[in-house]
Design a protein around this ligand. Sequence first.
Ligand code: GUN
Length: 285
Amino acid sequence: MAAELIDGKEIARKKQDRIDAEVQKLKAEGVTPGLAVILTGDNQASRTYVNNKQKTCNKLGMYSMLIELPESVSEQELIRRITELNKSDEIHGILVQLPLPSHINEKAIIETISPEKDVDGFHPINIGRMMTAQDAYIPCTPAGIIEMLESIGADIAGKHVVVIGRSNIVGKPAGQLFLNKDATVTYCHSKTANLKEYTKRADILVAAAGKANLITEDHVKHGAIVIDVGMNRNAEGKLCGDVDFETVKHIAGYITPVPGGVGPMTITMLMHNTLKAAKYSISKI
Ligand code: GUN
């Protein structure tokens, strides 16, 4: 294998140690960072993600509150619950797990969360702040990608970054963060013609398309950094990314595995944002 592995688990562990120390300091001052997670319906994948978020919160000494609501919950009730959490002194971060049931307007729900407690960084105020390079809550997966690259000492300024995927959660904000760091950014997506023509020119390739084995060895430039955001299940039910790891590892300079790459970083950056929200709440007193 030519590529060096970027060990997301290890980078996440070190970052969590630093967060843990800051949480202890804050607790000594009488503030316990608190995260509320709202889970609607019965989506098994969502439940697993939410359980992991809560476990990590508790491990780092933070307070976690889980609000479970049925698939049939009304938009009005969801808005009422968020409004209550916006006012709560013990909750610093609010996360509404997506996707929401189809009868609920996702945009209206996201805009109900106070921008000061929006630890997902999905509120238009935080997106606008991020776009204009102001202090903001940064969406957790893109923030985790940048953290990983910084931990291996990667240069971003002047590099050509190709992002595959244009979701509001990953692709769009990831590209914006790279632009803020002076990279040249190309977005590709499901309608891109001749994907390879673009990906072959990437110094840093971010695959966030949600399609197993989309990226093979002939998509990658020798020595490129390949970040795999995919979380797919293959025919045998095994977790796999968007990158064909076994072939691309011979071409890339650095590569993230799935699992154990971006995933642990996402949850860690949620903890980082929750700590930031708790610190912000005391700065206001
Ligand atoms: N569903 C999938 N990823 C995410 C995420 O980062 N935040 C929320 N709230 N829901 C998600």
